[in-house]
Design a protein around this ligand. Sequence first.
Ligand code: ADP
Ligand code: MG
Length: 335
Amino acid sequence: MAHIEFRDVRKSFGAVEVIKGVDMDIRSGEFMVFVGPSGCGKSTLLRLVSGLEDITSGELLFDGERVNELAPSRRGVAMVFQSYALYPHMTAFQNMAFGMQLSKVGKQEIDKRVHAAAGMLQIKGLLDRLPRQLSGGQRQRVAIGRAIVRDPRVFLFDEPLSNLDAALRVSTRIEIARLHDEMEDSTMIYVTHDQVEAMTLADRICVLRDGVVEQVGTPLDLYNSPRSLFVAGFIGSPRMNFLTGEHAEPFGCATVGVRAEHLEIGDEGVWSGRVIHSENLGSDTYVYVALGADEPVIIRRPGTAPFAPGEALNFSPLPGQFHRFDARGSPLPRQ
Ligand code: ADP
Ligand code: MG
């Protein structure tokens, strides 16, 4: 358990600054998710917390104490990476026990902690297996177990599920959510590029852009009240539709943003376009509509939607369900 504070934290590699002054608090016991485009500094930020990289300037505090100079092994931080990095010749049990053996934890205590972690992760029956006898999802659970047995103050996850196939991602995601519920004292920082992981796991999401924090808030804060065009376009799947120029004129702004689920097709509408194609997902359909120069607009319809390519459609945002931005991408008051 640790309350983590970043105070104007900066990191340069040579002459290149990649973390450009991060100020942020992560509360004790909080599940914080970092999202942002590739290369924006998510992994670097985790490595600064773990101590694997030195902070160039600024301060990092755990429970009010500066840890900039504290060795990684003394920070009480455990990290789970995208690749599981298990020892191939050791069983799941041995992989989980190894770190504790090195730090001379007693055999009974090791047994107790491994079994407790295995219980939490539902891998008790797999402890005698070698990594190659485990599925990808099971291996990642062993890697998470290896982090848990160290009883860290802080868990760091760097895209831990991105090597797993879709079904395993879902089940392991639910496992991680349960884990957080059971270990309510541990602070967790989790990097992902997966919208669903971010929205479902996070207490709060931090959107990073080019080494700077764009916005921090609860998932629904960011979804409903993005403080920039960038956050509006980054949070939510499919991406928010943005309409500019003459399409935005009726709303008195440079860009109007509307989510696919907030567009209503009718006899009349502020906008009209032609259907390009429809994606049928079973539960919903995404209808892609061409509208002049802007990117195609995506309209979500429940069930199957009977629109043929070339068909003309009129559509509008639901009342109040749109976002206005000025030419610099800053939000304008709601209408
Ligand atoms: P993300 O995890 O968000 O994709 P990273 O934190 O890995 O981004 O990288 C942020 C930036 O820092 C990138 O431009 C990357 O090339 C650079 N970078 C990361 N590690 C190093 C390093 N050891 N040396 C030089 N540049 C690095
Ligand atoms: Mg990364």
